[in-house]
Design a protein. Sequence first.
Length: 459
Amino acid sequence: MNLRAKHERRAVQTYRSGDSGIFEAVKTANVGLVDEFLEEFTPDQLNRSDQSGHTALDYAILNADLEMVRRLVEHGANRFSSLQAASDRWTGYPCVLRKLDRISEYLEKISSTKVPDKPIAARPFAPAEQTPAEQSEFRPHTLTIKHLFNKDHHPRFKFYQLEPQERGSVPTNEFQERNIKMGSELGVTLTPQEYDKNDMIYFAPAFVVMKNTEPLPVLLMKETIWSKLLLDSALYPGGFQKCYKKVQLSKKGELLGDADYVFVWNFPSDLKYVPIYRRRVGEWLPERYDTIHQDDFGMFMIPLLKSFKVFKMRKFRFDTVDGVDLHILMSDDRRYAIPMITSAYFFEDLSSPQEIEITKVTKLTHELQKINISAYPCHKNHRAIIFFRDITHDNEDETSIFTMDTFMAKVEKENLSQQLISALKDACYTRSESMRTTIDKWYANMEADYLSSKDTPRV
């Protein structure tokens, strides 16, 4: 069992027996469990120290987790003494040190603010900077649902009813004809679907949908709505894969309406074209779950990962404000969290890569090799280029495999950003100014948005 899993198990075990479990929950950035504690805690409980003298706020600072710091402060946390220790811990990691600077500025800014006598109402989801429109995204109505498998593990989960997109704000979908054609090839007739005010989708930031798995963000909807989504030409056919489960739900012994419900834990990027769904800006969302696969071009390196008995990984997407999203590839046990970039920048038609595009991507992997970054294309299964390992490591073992933090730390510490950006731009299927600007935004988001996000998957 890895260290993260041990921390989370310890947090769950102590949840009912006392308040020490919050330290483990904060250490592992387990937002769902932290929210459980915050619903119960007073500021006095939240400011208690553990045996090492650290408060929950100290552990959030040591993790350089700005959004966790905000979450705790808004519920009354105000005792901390770990800023210098955190700075020492992250020496040599300029990206993380900048994040600590933001934490320091935030704590300094609120230091003159009176700590509330009572904890502020819990916020299950809080993007770093909310606009007025985003603040009203959740309707007041919520559902509290027990764990499907084990009521003692994360005993309560809240689902929040999503506000549909405003009329006229749904993005233009240029891929409907492609989707209809692909659906026809699969024997499915896709058409534009109509949704009304009674078609509602619920969202939970974390929910355990299968036995012995980590909590994942989940959508909940009536089966009738689910059927519409499956036939909607706005969506790429098969985008949900098999990441859904039909259930009957009850609340105090009563069925929730007269229909079956469906849990869905895949969030295809084209959900933004569905008017009853809003993009989850500031949230890591599961997008695909598939076997490890390397396309038959580019640098070859899959045997290293398979040697650690990792055969399937989940692709997560971080929806950004500017729409240039980030991606990461994570193993089921959270042991590996590998950075990646969507192959949508390199293949104009994702369903049919052209030879010249393949040649460019192959050249990209060789150019990255020159700056000691091993990368490989995984377009067939995960629709991405994977930034896999640091070649400068002496041994080809798991310590050489990149995480998002170690990848960005290497790029910045060794001043590789311009070489990386240039190689990516050269590999794009078009050299238009808009595409070059998109790559610049992608790198800026990798550097800033990811490092300031609250729910970054960690290993």
